[in-house]
Design a protein. Structure first.
Length: 74
């Protein structure tokens, strides 16, 4: 009985330690993702980076089209 209780306690301790490690890693990732944009601290990660990249590419494409149209017009 005593051994069984000890084993159970050890198992719980291991689970707790594993969970704490996972949580610590999550917190570190959140801190990493925080970016200062316009003086505001935001917690926006990869999703917004992809969105901004898409918008930037779209704007660059529009600019290229305008330049080509101007060349054709002249």
């Amino acid at each position: 009985m005593k051994e069984k209780r000890e084993r159970e306690r050890k198992k719980k301790g291991k689970k707790k330690a594993k969970n704490e490690r996972k949580n610590r890693i999550k917190e570190l990732k959140k801190e990493k993702q925080k970016k200062v944009i316009g003086g505001k601290e935001t917690n926006k990660g990869k999703k917004n980076v992809k969105e901004r990249r898409k918008i930037r590419k779209n704007e660059e494409h529009k600019e290229r089209e305008k330049i080509e149209e101007n060349k054709r017009g002249k």
